[in-house]
Design a protein around this ligand. Sequence first.
Ligand SMILES: NC(=O)c1ccc[n+]([C@@H]2O[C@H](COP(=O)([O-])OP(=O)(O)OC[C@H]3O[C@@H](n4cnc5c(N)ncnc54)[C@H](O)[C@@H]3O)[C@@H](O)[C@H]2O)c1
Length: 240
Amino acid sequence: MSVTHDFSGAEVLVVGASRGGIGAAIARAFRAAGAEVTITGVEESPVAADRDRFRYVQLDVCDGAAIEAYAARTQHLDILVNCAAITARGEEMAPDFFAKVVDVNLHGTFRTAAAFHTALKAGEGAIINVASMYAVFGSPKNPAYGASKAAVAQLTRSLAIAWAEDGIRVNAVAPGFIVTEQSARSRTDPDHVAAVNKRTPLGRWGAPEDIAGPVLFLASDAAKFITGTCLAIDGGYSIA
Ligand SMILES: NC(=O)c1ccc[n+]([C@@H]2O[C@H](COP(=O)([O-])OP(=O)(O)OC[C@H]3O[C@@H](n4cnc5c(N)ncnc54)[C@H](O)[C@@H]3O)[C@@H](O)[C@H]2O)c1
């Protein structure tokens, strides 16, 4: 991917970038654009390819005390990307698991945003939350995921208004079908893979790198009059 934005010297934190998926692609693109990038994940360490590339912090987004302790050590932050999420197709009608998915995907996003608010205010920074096209579509096999992502899009609008006076812009992206570990289970069904290709006007599944460019744009000065939006990145799937 060719990167035209210049983030030299910017402090970037990508929460949920340990598995080499969308978060990692975003982190790599910020690094290629000159930023100082820290990534987090629930695992002890990130995928091998990223071990020497980034500062890594193991951080459970359900652990408010740990997030606050980490944020308290951060004086200044330019960009926060909230990418951490879980889902399990067909398992989300169980109330306890439903609550867990919402805790990670929605409350986790709010916990990190709230904890880094002061540091972002210092940098007049930007937040980019990763929602999903399931923020809009019903998802019978993933009801908690869909509900949590709709709430992430809504939270994005509320925080955008609340923190505009602090100079902080808050936006979201809504990826469509992207080839990552999270979508691996659904991609074992060849009919599903083919159906997505057929319905998508651009004719294919997305790659994690397809998400990185729009995230850098939303974080950049080129988007300085954009706040509270949720940008679909889905090859046109949601308008077909
Ligand atoms: N893959 C897709 O097709 C797709 C589509 C739309 C949206 N998204 C969204 O994009 C984002 C990244 O997706 P991905 O496919 O790269 O996922 P992934 O499973 O590869 O990565 C998820 C990340 O979340 C972290 N995480 C999970 N539970 C956590 C917890 N309790 N505390 C802290 N971190 C935790 C993991 O450590 C990992 O870094 C997610 O928000 C996902 O919902 C993905």
